[in-house]
Design a protein around this ligand. Sequence first.
Ligand SMILES: [Zn+2]
Length: 136
Amino acid sequence: MRGKQEWHMRPLALISHIQPGEKWETLDFLLVRAYEALQSYKCPHCGGWLWECSSMVAKTAYVSYSVRESFCKKTRALNQFMDNKQDGKSRAKQKEKEQWGAVHSVEAVVDKVYAKDGAKMPSITDLIESQAKNPH
Ligand SMILES: [Zn+2]
């Protein structure tokens, strides 16, 4: 089981702080199955929940996405330090420097046009209903 391989200990030990080396109980296996079921609903591209980012649900959910860019100041300082050690020809170009330590995140935004009507973020039910309407 994938969960067992990832965790290297029984799930109940993680949750209840019981001895990790004891024999697995039925609940350990059920927890792994539940974990694996949840993982199957994660997007392979962004790691978010499929019911939030899948185009199948997005058509009906009135959700758009906003990309934010920030920078890791430590990475920039380290890259600048290392770049200063290079000779003139090997130094980073300005465009490259601007991307040092770049961190991009995506925020789901409920479309303002529909928000006043009580629109909500899509749910797993929305995903399942979309998949039922449009099977692969
Ligand atoms: Zn995604």
